[in-house]
Design a protein around this ligand. Structure first.
Ligand SMILES: [Fe+2]
Length: 211
């Protein structure tokens, strides 16, 4: 007698749950120069400690309880070989306008003598990269379109970005001088991307491939 085979009960198709995307919140840096780092980030991007105890600090420059954590111990060693190692290259902070970024370049130049190790018009952003006391790069940027949607579309679709995803080096002082002479932001960025404010020698990206 043929054994009746029991059909497995049909399970309802699993409903795909909506993907929940978190928002990037903070980074943690280990340092042997706690006080110097706290001061540098305060001077450059206006962070203040919301908590500070020996060996640990939580800094923020907006409504988040912290945007940067610092774990400090004098035993942490510098890494002179960082250029050749995989890992984090820079943190980035964004200004609302190109004018704010240029004003900040002027302030850092005048008050501290800080200069970017590389300054680039990437096409979608104007970006000046500084070095913190531990040797981490910190990018200060402004959206070149003043609009994330527009700059994203340009990045995804433009032939210019496909041909050159890095962009053109610029000298911030030349841009500030052009602005003072009356060049408006849109034209300033056009000229920068056309290479009109290029440095005489190439900048240092602080990235090397091991030999
Ligand atoms: Fe970046």
């Amino acid at each position: 007698m043929k054994k009746a085979t029991k059909k497995p009960a049909k399970r309802p198709a699993a409903k795909k749950k909506p993907f929940k995307r978190p928002v990037f919140h903070h980074a943690l840096l280990k340092t042997a120069r706690m006080d110097e780092m706290i001061k540098w980030y305060a001077d450059v991007v206006g962070t203040q400690p919301n908590f500070y105890a020996p060996g640990i600090a939580f800094l923020s420059n907006d409504g988040a309880n912290h945007r940067l954590s610092l774990v400090g111990n004098p035993l942490f060693r510098d890494n002179p070989e960082f250029r050749k190692y995989a890992g984090l290259h820079h943190l980035a902070f964004e200004y609302t306008t190109v004018n704010d970024l240029l004003d900040t370049w002027q302030r850092l130049h005048d008050e501290f003598g800080y200069e970017p190790h590389v300054a680039v018009h990437h096409g979608m952003t104007l970006s000046f990269y500084y070095v913190d006391p531990d040797g981490n790069s910190v990018e200060l940027q402004a959206d070149a379109f003043g609009d994330w949607k527009k700059s994203t579309k340009w990045m995804r679709e433009s032939a210019e970005f496909k041909a050159d995803p890095i962009g053109k080096f610029v000298v911030p002082a030349k841009m500030v001088a052009a602005r003072a002479a009356g060049v408006k932001t849109k034209e300033l960025l056009r000229r920068a991307y056309a290479g009109e404010y290029a440095p005489s020698a190439p900048y240092d990206y602080r990235v090397d491939l091991p030999a």
